[in-house]
Design a protein around this ligand. Sequence first.
Ligand code: ATR
Length: 276
Amino acid sequence: MTQARFRGAIAGWPVGHSLSPVVNAWWRRKHGVAGSYEHMPCEGGEAEFRQLVERLKAEEFTGINVTIPHKENAFKVADTVSDRAKALGVANTLVFYDGKVHADNTDEEGFYASVMAVRPERKSRALVLGAGGAAPAVLMALHRAGFENIDISNRTRQKAEGLKSRFECLSEIVDWSKFADNLSAYDLVVNTTSLGMHGQPPLEVDLSAAPDHMIVADIIYTPLETPLLAQARARGLKTFNGLAMLANQAVPGFEHWTGIRPAVTPDLMEHLEDRL
Ligand code: ATR
């Protein structure tokens, strides 16, 4: 939906570190879209999030991105929901129209674009590490990208079992204590846990037995190179971090709000790296 003056925000808590305003400003400048996009801290639960949405609607915001801890709330407050948001049960993009709220989830598209950009040679087997909030979008993206078998491993096995019962595309649950023993079976391994993020311990894994064609991915972008990715790069493996996912998940939101489908270009990626 195109409006004369765009007004957007990223709502979450904490949200001050988010790069979404930088991405949005870059595309607005590039496409000559007047308007604003701000950080919108929202502490609290569903009630506080609903209040915020009502206020932003009244203030004629075009739409918002939504991050932790409100992705479930964003899904709940919507009048209409995209199929892909329904599949995940959470939303990260809201569009305000005619006094109503439409919810979408663009995280799967963000990871899908990142995977496709590295052109995987083989797609027989992938391993997803972690079964938290980010895992469902990643495993759906791997499925759409054509990976035939998608295994999952999580410290708390029960959470991996929960995902297996929801997502048919999952093949095996691998014990957290054992995933490192069988890395040679994988064409791609992706870390969706918080291990390796600034302030967190690294993900301890020895990649010496990894096949030469294996792609190692991390959805973290602070730091840009986690210890896992540094090890993979030293070993000569293809890697990618979470920055491309961040940029690519913003594409459909900008399109919903302005009618313009923006591009994730190398100069945008450099600009984002400079801001970290
Ligand atoms: P979010 O919603 O932010 O993704 P989350 O749902 O708590 O947060 O997910 C964090 C992920 O990192 C989970 O897979 C978590 O494993 P558990 O389900 O066992 O908690 C994983 N994780 C966090 N710290 C970890 C650690 N020290 N060792 C192994 N996995 C860890």
